[in-house]
Structure formats: C-alpha cells, structure tokens
Design a protein. Structure first.
Length: 322
C-alpha cells in the first residue's frame, strides 16, 4: 500500500515527471485530472495501446507510430516536426529555457554556484535526457565484451546501463527513475512517508528554476498537454512494476512489447519536458516505435524472478538489434 501511495505521487522522467511548481502555478485538482482519465478510457483512438498507456485521445496521435521499415527504426523527429508537435501540444518554443539557462542547469551551475547537490542533479538529468533521445542522431557508447559499442535503442524504449545491462529506463534502479527526486515538487520532498534516497537533492530543479529566471518555462509547461497527461503516467508506471514494459495490440491482433518510454502518454510528457529544457534535444527523440525482438522480450519477462528483475546482459542480446 505504501508503494502504491508513492507511485501515485512520484513518477520519473521516463514516465511522467513533474517539474516543481512555482508558487504562483498550480496543477489542476486531482478530481479534475481523474475525470479526464476516466473519460479517456472510453474514447481512445485505435492505436493498439490500452489505458493508461494511451493517454488522452486529443493528444495520442502526436506520439510515435510503429516504424514501417528499418529506415524508420531509431529515426529522430527532426526540428521541424518537433516544433510542430510542441505547438500542437500547447508549448510555445520561445518559452523554453535559453541556451545559457540550459547550459548552466546541466553543468550544475547557477546563481548559487556549483555544489555536490547541483552536480548530482545535473548528472541525473543529463543521463535521463541522453537515454530518452537515443536515436541515430544521438547514440551513446558502452563497453560490451571488452570493446566500445554504440547504443541506439530509442525506438524500442530501452537503455543499456554503464555496466552493460539492458532494461526499460523506468525500472527502479535506473537513473532515469531516480531523477524523479530531482524534479519532484516541494510537497513531495516534505512528505514524511516517502524515503528520499540518500545523496539525491529532492526538489532541486524547482529551486533552480525559481532562482534562475525560468518561471515562464514552468508556466508554459503546466499550461500545455503535460498537465492532463500526468495521471496517465502515474497509472502506467504503477501497473507495470518491476519490468516497466507495455504491450501494443496491432490491427491484425499480433502483440508488440515496448519499453515504458514509448507509451504515448509518457512519450508526450517526456517530449514536453525535454523541449522545455532544450528544443534541439527534443528533436532527437524517436519518431517511431519498434517492437522489442521476441527473444529479448521473453528474456526481460523471465528476469522478473531473477536476481536483476527487468535487466538482462546486453552482450547476450545485441545481435537482435543489429
């Protein structure tokens, strides 16, 4: 029960992380958000995603569709498409952080200078953004079988950790999940029943934005599609522990397994969050989703009862992505 209460209050960047609210900005009431959720359950378009993963029908079709061939797998959005999507989702490009604000935020700088907390926060945010923009436009490298291996798995909604483990980015041990505390609003950080991980600066992003001239960015984010989609992220993560995988049912009845980052509601929330930080990075997010290869999906599901739930060695399965 305590874990479920936590899930209803806290979600990660890979799911539906909330920027901390400025004092003059409030989210819609829980009742209103729940009404939106219940209405959407009855009216979602036929994209093959069930609720809560699909999100609101008005926004779902802005999320990636399935890749129609190899050329579209891990293809990035591109700036023109990213700007168009952001505008349709209610976020004006001019409200994003300035390049200098972004540079200072992701390097642990700001009006208070560099500190241990700011460095940790910057590292978690950078890791998360890299994981969620992992397309051909933004590969990263890992040491696999003793050699450097280029990782490009964005369309699958998967990541590879520094120690070579393949997983959804939303599993408990992932920095993409841990960044949640950096982005959490003050009310969460001060909640007595939530054990904040040692060393992670809870609420850092909100404090930084308030002190560094980014209030307009927060206001724009909360007035966009981000706000009504947050409840879908809560439920998506809460129903998918510990593997953080989801299923799509195609028109022909076949099933596709994806990492949580490619759920439409979650992808849109993450897109808006990254776009608010840096529109050029949001343009590197995956434009299409691709089913996790069957052998890999089966291994991920089988890991639930193992020593590392939701994780499998990438070295043993990379041939399925090559």
């Amino acid at each position: 029960m305590k874990r479920q209460k936590m899930a209803n209050r806290v979600v990660s960047l890979a799911v539906a992380t909330a920027f901390v609210a400025v004092s003059a900005i409030t989210l819609p009431s829980t009742a209103v958000a729940n009404d939106l959720y219940e209405a959407a359950v009855e009216g979602v378009p036929d994209t093959g995603f069930s609720q809560p993963f699909a999100g609101l029908p008005a926004y779902e079709l802005f999320a990636p569709g399935e890749a129609r061939g190899p050329i579209q797998v891990n293809e990035e959005l591109g700036q023109i498409r990213a700007d168009w999507i952001a505008s349709r989702l209610g976020f004006a490009k001019e409200k994003a952080m300035t390049k200098e604000q972004y540079r200072q935020f992701v390097t642990g700088r700001g009006v208070d200078g560099i500190s241990a907390s700011s460095i940790i926060a910057a590292e978690l945010v950078n890791y998360s953004v890299t994981a969620l923009t992992n397309t051909r436009a933004n590969p990263y490298t890992r040491i696999v079988d003793g050699g450097r291996s280029e990782i490009v798995l964005g369309s699958y909604g998967l990541i590879v950790s520094p120690d070579g483990m393949l997983s959804s980015p939303a599993i408990d041990s992932s920095p993409v999940r841990q960044v949640n505390w950096v982005l959490a609003p003050d009310v969460i950080c001060n909640f007595p029943d939530l054990p904040i991980p040692a060393g992670i600066p809870c609420g850092y992003m909100g404090e930084w934005m308030r002190k560094n001239g980014a209030r307009d960015t927060l206001a724009a984010l909360y007035s966009s599609a981000y706000t009504p989609l947050v409840p879908f992220g809560y439920r998506s993560q809460g129903t998918s522990e510990p593997l953080e995988l989801l299923e799509n049912t195609r028109a022909d009845g076949s099933q596709a397994t994806l990492g949580m980052a490619m759920a439409p509601s979650i992808w849109i929330v993450n897109f808006l969050l990254i776009y608010a930080l840096n529109p050029e990075l949001a343009a590197k997010m995956p434009a299409y989703w691709q089913a996790i290869p069957t052998e890999v999906a089966q291994a991920l599901y089988a890991s639930e009862n193992g020593d590392t739930p939701g994780q499998i060695p990438y070295s043993q399965y990379r041939q399925f992505f090559e």
